[in-house]
Design a protein around this ligand. Structure first.
Ligand code: HEC
Length: 148
């Protein structure tokens, strides 16, 4: 028969890695709670090149072209506030990439960038998907809570 102390110490040794694993898993599950800083910095450059003309420096829909469009340019600093406080990252990536699910779907009012970024230089990324992700992180970093 084994000494009971051996069993206890074996259990203790198994418990520590299990606790660590749990802690890592919990941190990972909560992680995309805030924008990625490096991605947002690259996205800011893309934003100034491709989005500022309509969405404006403030991102509140006051770019120099905004008045000429048939569709009003929305304030994109309230995307999280309009979504119960949570930034709708996958939806924003879809909107930017394909125009879906907007009224002005991939029109000249709100162009879709997935294809445009394939042909363009200056996207600060290796692929259009990465550029879209970066600019989405930048928009995320601009979110304000109601009243601010
Ligand atoms: C030619 C003007 C124009 C340009 C350039 C433009 N947008 Fe837009 N954007 C619009 C308009 C207009 C809408 C609203 C469309 C609608 O409601 O159908 C819109 C909507 C959006 C929305 C959805 C906002 C919401 O409230 O749901 C996002 C996100 C967005 N644009 C991001 C971008 C990004 C990122 C870029 C640059 C890569 C960009 N836009 C460039 C005109 C533009």
């Amino acid at each position: 028969m084994k000494h009971p102390g051996v069993v206890t110490s074996l259990l203790a040794r198994a418990a520590l890695p299990a606790a660590l694993l749990l802690a890592v898993a919990m941190a990972w599950a909560q992680s995309p709670a805030q924008p990625d800083k490096a991605a947002a910095e690259k996205g800011a450059i893309v934003y100034v090149r491709y989005c500022v003309s309509c969405h404006g420096k403030s991102a509140r829909g006051d770019g120099p072209l905004a008045a000429d469009l048939r569709v009003a340019v929305p304030d994109i600093t309230t995307l999280a506030a309009r979504n119960g406080g949570r930034f709708p990252q996958p939806r924003v990536e879809r909107i930017v990439g394909s125009g879906e699910p907007l009224r002005g779907h991939g029109t000249s009012d709100m162009p879709a960038w997935g294809d445009a970024f394939k042909r363009t230089a200056g996207i600060e990324a290796a692929t259009p998907e990465e550029a879209i992700r970066n600019v989405t992180h930048y928009i995320w970093s601009l979110q304000r809570t109601a009243g601010k």
